[in-house]
Ligand binder design. Structure first.
Ligand SMILES: Nc1ncnc2c1ncn2[C@@H]1O[C@H](COP(=O)(O)OP(=O)(O)OP(=O)(O)O)[C@@H](O)[C@H]1O
Length: 278
């Protein structure tokens, strides 16, 4: 069952079309990356899903309670971290929420009494996520949630989002950090100039591009008959559109020494190909 649906969505600002007939869906239990170049229409789509902006035509709807992070967090700089979280709980109708426990879960207990205006960018970002989660949402919409986070906070964010999905929630997050998307998401939607250029299961999409690194690339290349292979530097081959088992067997049969067989970096290659081509 879908947690959110975007269908034939169009958003125009005057004569400029920011979102141009966009359609995609995110199933429940999924963390979906929302990728695209600057100005592709991601924030516009997220704002419509939040109900902050009206579509020109089409629809964008999440099922159940929606919360999340937009570019501006709207916190008052003079309020304390504890107070902002408590206000977020009250706004979401969750007056019974345990604020101290939510702060601890967000690793923010030490900052509870700090004024928001005195917090670092990363701390504010973590507070934004805690404020979104305290609403106990079904659908989490996150615009660049990883921005400003250190590696520990990034890992905690990833684990929290995956936990939300494993409990049946739905997550849509925009990001330009593709490595992070690859580690966090199970699906992606790629948009360019307001249109969808790709959508699907991330592993299935990445399995379509396997990177092989070998000190004997010629030997390897000789065994790759029938595969679509491109060279990427002196010792690296990229095999496109092939089943990993079949590639693995061809590598074994070649007898070449292999230093790496992975889909690492494949998302970037896929993204660049998709957004340049359209
Ligand atoms: N209120 C507005 N009035 C006019 N144009 C707007 C408005 N909001 C957004 N746009 C334009 O719509 C296009 C899509 O913007 P949007 O912010 O959705 O892109 P994005 O994919 O989120 O980009 P980024 O990755 O840079 O955040 C851009 O060209 C932007 O300038």
């Amino acid at each position: 069952m879908d947690g959110l649906v975007v269908e034939d969505l169009i958003k125009r600002y005057g004569s400029f079309t920011a979102v141009d007939g966009l359609s995609f869906a995110v199933p429940r239990g999924s963390v979906c990356g929302f990728l695209g170049p600057n100005g592709a229409g991601k924030t516009t789509t997220l704002r419509i899903l939040f109900g902050l902006s009206r579509p020109t035509s089409g629809r964008a709807e999440g099922h159940g309670r929606i919360s999340g992070i937009l570019d501006r967090d709207g916190f008052h700089p003079a309020r304390s971290v504890w107070n902002e979280l408590s206000l977020a709980a009250a706004r979401a109708g969750r007056r019974d929420a345990d604020i101290d426990a939510a702060l601890a879960a967000a690793n923010l207990s030490h900052a509870a009494d700090k004024r928001v205006g005195e917090c670092s960018h990363g701390t504010r970002r973590r507070l934004s996520l805690a404020a979104a989660l305290i609403a106990a949402p079904d659908v989490l919409l996150l615009d660049e949630p990883a921005s400003g986070l250190d590696p520990h906070a990034l890992r905690a964010l990833r684990e929290r989002l995956q936990q939300h999905a494993s409990e049946g929630g739905t997550v849509l997050l925009s990001s330009h950090v593709l490595e992070d998307v690859a580690a966090t998401c199970d699906r992606v939607v790629v948009v360019n100039r307001g249109r969808r250029v790709a959508e699907g299961d991330l592993q299935a999409m990445l399995a379509q591009r396997i990177r092989l690194r070998s000190p004997e690339p010629e030997k390897l290349l000789g065994a790759m008959n029938g595969f679509e292979v491109t060279r990427d530097g002196a010792d690296t081959l990229i095999v496109a559109g092939a089943d990993p088992d079949a590639v693995g067997r061809a590598v074994r049969d070649s007898g070449a020494v292999l230093h790496e067989m992975s889909t690492q970096g494949a998302l970037e290659a896929l993204y660049v190909g998709l957004t340049e081509a359209s």
